[in-house]
Design a protein around this ligand. Structure first.
Ligand code: SF4
Ligand code: SF4
Ligand code: SF4
Length: 697
């Protein structure tokens, strides 16, 4: 039987995942959890979803902790149409028992309170589905039959593993069975649209494909509506479903529910059933199955009971019970299952209960009415995602900075499981290099390296320049040190020469000092002698004054004698001859007086001259005395100054000796500096060479 429906090939799949570009921060968690990856387009500023490649599993909704992803359903349209008076019946998935925390019957009461004409339990549709499966197994005994209650897995097979389409069960899902059951057996609702209260956003796809169901109303969005409108379900009457009650098919929302229900129809079928659920296990299993079948290998099972979500539909993307543990969830489901089993037993009694159940199911089952066809949608993938050649992949790897196997880190930061998948995504334009963690790291490192290299280069250049300057400085230092050494050396010679001169001066000063001392002594002696001479001249002057007085007195006596002689002559004349002798004597006396007067005058004249000379000599000795005083004083001063000069020269000598010692030390220092500068110059050459080598690396 042809499983594909060519008319369906052309349809695009309805978007079931919305992305809020404002909230998306490009973290790639969605790609990480996405079982098919390529439906996510991370080539832009945010990660968008291509509906034709998205299987609608909803894994990205929970993974997106930034709230950028949400599911798209028909809750608003359902409520608005209901309000607008459209006739609607509802079918409710078994997951409602968990999601409305055991108030599924009260929920039915609320649905009817808002105008829903009838409420059907999808669990009974699951009973019909199981019968359809069992009928196919009985009639065709297929090698393999893959269950298809999960629209996400159907999309996965249709788009990504079309080789498995022929193994998909030929009958539709429990929801579709429920819808079809209403269409065939509840004709009073034939003018009603059908709202599906579902745990899954992907259900919309199923309805689009099989034409069964009009509104996909997820429990998640309904719960939000109830909360926003403060609707308390416990206030609504428990209202039973309008179709027959299911028995254990209420387990369908749980992994293995199909298997356990089928066991009632075909005991032992569990042993031929592969129960598999949760992503990525289920897609990996189906991929492996396809490979096995392609290689001609037969699988161990006949029936694959598979669900996309790890906790089955009870925790589908369109549910609200994500805070519940698996045991809490299962407790609701198991209780409901036990209740239903009990109800069938008590209502129909013992063994006949199962017969009655079989009959009831058969009453609503007709061959062919629940069949399902599938579309091979792999062209969606093939048209959009091409497989690059190895050389094209290599080019992309190179553009990502991956030049060898060790560069293929497969870190998963881009969201893909491997660098290869990322390269394929880039090749197909659904991702970009900048989303590869290691590429960004590589670029950052290269930028950093370039920056570092530039910095090192600049520092190297500056260092070399500084070192060359230093080398010049060191050379100048060496030269200055040499000059200084020479200067110190010639300074030392000059000082030594000066010291020699100072020593000569010292000895001259010593001699001078001695001479000056002698001079001082001599002048003092001279002064004393001169004082003696002065005293003597003084005494002579006094004596000469006495002689002058005596000379005056002699002149006076001679004058008086002359007078007397003249008088005696006169008397003698008077005395005639008797006075003649006397007159001779008087004359002689007069002559003597005249001679002595004359002599006295001459002596007086001589004495006067002598006195003048003595006065002159006395005055001169006074002057000489004063000048001697000056000479003595000057000699003293000269001596003092000589002393000062001598002491200064002695200090100078000491200073010069110290200077000489310092110069000797300086000489040693300059030699040491010269030697060190020489070493620095050599080391600088080595450092310049090494830094230049670093700069070239
Ligand atoms: S999980 Fe996906 S959609 Fe959500 S923020 Fe991250 S990249 Fe964006
Ligand atoms: S719904 Fe599933 S398939 Fe679609 S983008 Fe999200 S994770 Fe991928
Ligand atoms: S190295 Fe880059 S391309 Fe490879 S898995 Fe990590 S992020 Fe993705």
């Amino acid at each position: 039987m042809e499983q594909s429906n060519s008319s369906l090939h052309e349809f695009h799949l309805a978007p079931v995942i919305a992305v809020d570009s404002e909230k998306c921060c490009n973290c790639h968690r969605c790609i990480s959890v996405c079982p098919v990856k390529m439906c996510n387009d991370a080539s832009g500023d945010y990660v968008s979803v291509d509906p034709d490649l998205c299987i609608g599993c909803g894994a990205c909704i929970e993974a997106c902790v930034h709230g950028a992803r949400s599911g798209i359903d028909d809750t608003r349209a359902f409520l608005e149409d209901l309000k607008a008076g459209k006739k609607i019946v509802a079918i409710v998935a078994p997951a409602a028992a968990v999601n409305f925390k055991g108030k599924d019957l009260e929920f039915n009461g609320w649905l009817k309170s808002i105008g829903v004409k009838a409420v059907f339990d999808v669990a009974f549709g699951a009973e019909l589905t199981t019968k359809s499966y069992v009928e196919q197994i009985k009639n065709e005994n297929p090698d393999l039959m893959i269950s298809q209650p999960c629209p996400a897995l159907v999309s996965f097979v249709e788009i990504y593993r079309p080789e498995l389409i022929k193994y998909l069960a030929k009958s539709d899902s429990p929801m579709a069975h429920t819808v079809e059951c209403i269409r065939h057996f509840y004709t009073e609702y034939s003018d009603c649209k059908i709202a599906v209260i579902s745990p899954c956003f992907a259900k919309k796809r199923e309805f689009d494909e099989n034409g069964r169901g009009d509104y996909n109303v997820t429990m998640k969005n309904l719960d939000e509506y109830l909360r926003l409108n403060e609707i308390d379900l416990s206030k609504f009457p428990k209202t039973d479903y309008d179709n027959p009650p299911a028995e254990r098919a209420v387990l369908y929302s749980t992994p293995g529910g199909l298997m356990r229900t089928a066991e009632r129809f075909v005991p032992g079928i569990s042993e031929r059933t592969r129960k598999i659920e949760g992503q990525p296990q289920v897609s990996a299993y189906l991929s492996g199955l396809q490979k096995m079948l392609a290689s001609g290998e037969k699988p161990q099972c006949q029936l694959v009971d598979c669900l996309n979500c790890g906790m089955g539909c009870n925790r589908g993307a369109g549910t609200v019970n994500h805070d519940m543990t698996v045991d809490q969830i299962e407790a609701f489901v198991e209780k409901r299952s036990q209740d239903r089993k009990e109800r069938w037993k008590t209502q129909y009694g013992g063994k006949s209960a199962l017969k009655k159940l079989d009959k009831t199911i058969s009453d609503y089952w007709k061959p062919g009415i629940y069949s399902r066809t599938y579309a091979d949608r792999s062209s969606f993938l093939k048209n959009k995602i091409k497989e690059p050649t190895e050389s094209q992949l290599e080019d992309i790897f190179h553009s990502l900075g991956k030049h060898s196997k060790k560069d293929l880190h497969d870190c998963g930061a881009c969201g893909y499981g491997s660098c290869r998948q990322m390269a394929i995504a880039i090749f197909n334009g659904v991702n970009r290099r900048e989303n590869c963690h290691h590429y960004v790291l590589h670029v950052a490192n290269v930028a950093h390296d370039n920056e570092l290299y530039e910095t090192v280069r600049n520092i190297t250049k500056q260092s070399i320049k500084m070192l060359e300057d230093t080398k010049g400085d060191v050379a100048s230092l060496v030269s200055v040190t040499k000059d200084m050494s020479q200067s110190v050396s010639s300074g030392s010679s000059a000082i030594q020469e000066m010291l020699g001169n100072i020593n000569s001066i010292n000895s001259i000063i010593e001699t001078n000092f001695r001479i000056v001392a002698e001079l001082e002594k001599a002048t003092q002696t001279g002064r004393t002698n001169l004082a003696d001479v002065t005293n003597l001249v003084g005494e002579i002057e006094a004596e000469s004054r006495t002689l002058m007085e005596m000379s005056k007195m002699v002149a006076q006596i001679s004058g008086q004698t002359n007078m007397l002689a003249m008088n005696a002559a006169i008397e003698a004349a008077h005395a005639g001859q008797y006075g003649a002798g006397f007159s001779v004597v008087a004359d002689e006396i007069r002559k003597l007086a005249e001679d002595s007067g004359k002599e006295a005058r001459q002596i007086g004249e001589v004495l006067k001259k002598i006195k003048g000379m003595i006065d002159n000599a006395y005055s001169k000795t006074g002057i000489a005395n004063k000048e001697f005083e000056t000479v003595v004083s000057l000699a003293g001063k000269v001596k003092d100054q000589e002393l000062e000069v001598k002491s200064a020269m002695s200090e100078q000598n000491e200073g010069n000796n110290r200077l000489l010692d310092d110069l000797a030390q300086m000489q040693d220092g300059t030699h040491a500096v010269e030697a060190a500068a020489g070493k620095v110059s050599t080391s600088t050459d080595t450092v310049i060479k090494e830094i230049s080598d670093i700069g070239k690396r």
